[in-house]
Design a protein around this ligand. Structure first.
Ligand SMILES: [Zn+2]
Length: 320
């Protein structure tokens, strides 16, 4: 009997990536443009085609594919394998994706949202290995999270648990958020907030190293560039990461009191800022959370990087 492996999909707004995964190791990857404009049936066909390619690759390695898992940026009904809504994929509204795809490829298909898939990957094979109680945060354009309690994903009564980016951190006068509220964590710690803060430092002449790097980079401001400038000694950029860390720390201190996690794993583009970001978060947690849970929690960067989504989706495929 041949050894088993799974297929993990990372469904983003622009690209559809899928990998053949065995024991948390990626053996082969394939990708396609995300079928944004196409009908649901056409989208299923695109995914089925990627699965067939990976099944062939598995056969060549004498491996047997036991299932398919998918992480999707959107509201997903895990129990029914159903996409309720996906903001970047309007045609995927009310999409019985698992059922349709499973009928086409003859494999079981499991779906969950992208952050939970990433958390599954980190929990099984990455920074969260062995953790029982963990909070997994991704900071990008949006700020998302997944909550692990007793080694399992906590999804909530109507599957929306983990909307950490919309925890309110500024009670009055906060910037308006995409969700319709004001003062959400996302408005002060997401990529847009980081870039607008960077621009402000530049305009006031407070980030000279960043200004130099920006010219070399063709004027393209990114969180990565701001992290590099801070590492090269730009005090403006160091203070920028302190501010971002402050806001994340405020929200996380609440989560530490509330959930008492052993680990907080932070992923997404800004994890590259490393200690510049993690130190202020740690300080704010130590300062604001109760002593006992604050001492119990370890803050760590995600270990699986951009592959966490596919590895985690493959781990999802193994769930009963
Ligand atoms: Zn919001």
């Amino acid at each position: 009997m041949s050894a088993s492996c799974q297929i993990g999909f990372d469904v983003g707004g622009t690209s559809l990536k899928a990998a053949l995964v065995a024991e948390g190791q990626i053996l082969e990857t394939v990708s396609a443009e995300t079928p944004v404009e196409q009908s649901q049936a056409e989208a299923v066909a695109v995914m089925a085609d990627l699965i067939e390619q990976l099944k062939k690759a598995a056969a060549q390695r004498d491996l047997h594919v036991t299932g398919v898992g998918m992480g999707i940026a959107g509201l997903v009904d895990y129990t029914r394998g159903y996409v309720i809504t996906a903001p970047n994929l309007p045609n995927w509204k009310d999409f019985s994706l698992a059922e349709q795809l499973s009928a086409k490829v003859g494999l079981g298909v499991k779906l969950d949202n992208d952050v939970r898939a990433m958390a599954m990957g980190e929990l099984a094979y990455g920074a969260g290995r062995g953790a029982r109680h963990m909070l997994c945060l991704t900071v990008g354009t949006g700020v998302g999270s997944a909550i692990i309690i007793n080694g399992e994903i906590y999804r909530g009564a109507s599957l929306t648990a983990g909307e950490f980016g919309h925890v309110m951190v500024i009670a009055e006068g906060g910037r308006s958020c995409g969700c319709g509220n004001r003062g959400c964590l996302e408005t002060v710690a997401g990529t847009e907030a980081i870039l607008s803060l960077g621009r402000r430092y530049l305009e006031r002449g407070l980030a000279p190293v960043l200004a130099e790097k920006l010219t070399q980079n063709g004027g393209q401001l990114t969180p990565k560039l701001i992290a590099e400038a801070a590492l090269a000694g730009d005090m403006g950029c160091v203070s920028l990461w302190n501010e971002i860390g402050h806001w994340l720390g405020i929200a996380l201190a609440g989560a530490v009191n509330f959930i008492n996690p052993e680990q907080i794993v932070i992923g997404g583009g800004i994890a590259q800022a490393g200690a510049l970001l993690f130190d202020p978060i740690q300080r704010v947690i130590q300062f604001h959370a109760f002593e006992r849970p604050a001492q119990a929690v370890k803050l760590m960067p995600a270990a699986l990087g951009a592959e966490a989504g596919m590895i985690g989706a493959a781990a999802l495929a193994q769930q009963a």
